[in-house]
Ligand binder design. Structure first.
Ligand code: ZN
Length: 282
């Protein structure tokens, strides 16, 4: 009888262990020891979608000829369980104006860091152009902060995501920004209205020694932004709004704020690449 009970116990033990799933992540095992799962820390990240070349006359008020390499970036802020995107990148390799080289879809890049599309709770759209807004349909739960002007422009110009935009409106997931708005403490959306009619920028004062200004496309190159040099009339909705904002950028920059843009390849050297194409910049 004792032998029978022993055999049943052994059988149950093996059945029990074999039926439970074996969680294994080979990349996390080093010489037999299991490391804790690597997670994205709280902070600010620049995310690289791809690269291309773009005419200088559209990125700088002082240079008329030639073209320069630009990168396509958007930003992620992680604060505990809160995930905020500043722009979304685009969900296709090309838009009407430009083809993005080495493009990877934004949801795939975020996925490599364990961030699923449904985890993105908020998106701040700096302006409606498709290289900034084209990924909006990838994030079903996100509330969108956008100016009414650029929301209308987005609906008119980006027909591929139009039905998703209408669904966002119906489910009350669009917050229209009509004036400067504090999204959370010391994190503000600023109306700029230079690049497009409803373009915005983002200012985040994390602490006295850690301050960021994300310019959208009001300027492209960090070094020129710091000097208050923005866009040509060809690349603006309002040259005077653009100039006014760039004056503000140069004042903030001289008092220690870190200026971040959406297309300057130098951004990638500001921080460590903690996951493929995800750079920690704070
Ligand atoms: Zn852009």
């Amino acid at each position: 009888m004792k032998i029978f009970i022993l055999m049943v116990s052994i059988l149950l033990f093996y059945c029990g262990t074999s039926s439970s799933p074996k969680v294994k992540n080979p990349s996390l095992e080093i010489s037999g020891s299991k490391l804790p799962l690597r997670e994205l820390q709280d902070g600010l990240y620049a995310i690289l979608l791809g690269k291309s070349f773009y005419p200088n006359r559209l990125t700088n008020s002082d240079i008329r000829d030639g073209e320069s390499e630009i990168v396509f970036l958007f930003y992620l802020i992680k604060l505990e369980k809160r995930y905020i995107l500043i722009d979304t990148g685009t969900s296709s390799i090309s838009n009407p104006d430009i083809t993005i080289h080495n493009w990877i879809s934004p949801d795939k890049i975020l996925g490599s860091a364990g961030i699923k599309p449904g985890m993105i709770g908020e998106i701040i759209l700096t302006h409606f152009h498709s290289d900034h807004s084209g990924g909006i349909g990838l994030f079903p739960n996100a509330k969108i902060y956008v100016t009414p002007e650029d929301w209308d422009a987005l609906k008119k110009t980006n027909r591929s995501v139009n039905s998703k935009l209408v669904a966002k409106e119906r489910s009350k997931k669009v917050q229209f920004v009509n004036s400067s708005l504090e999204v959370f403490q010391n994190f503000r959306i600023l109306l700029t209205g230079g690049h497009t009619q409803g373009s915005i920028a983002v200012e985040w004062l994390v602490s006295s020694g850690k301050k960021f200004l994300i310019t959208g496309d009001e300027c492209y190159w960090i070094e020129f932004c710091k000097q208050g040099q923005g866009l040509s009339s060809e690349a603006t909705f309002s040259l005077s709004n653009n100039k006014e904002f760039l004056d503000y950028v140069s004042v903030l920059s001289s008092s220690g704020t870190k200026v971040l843009t959406m297309h300057d390849p130098n951004i990638l050297s500001l921080g460590e690449e903690v996951f493929p194409r995800i750079y920690k910049v704070d």
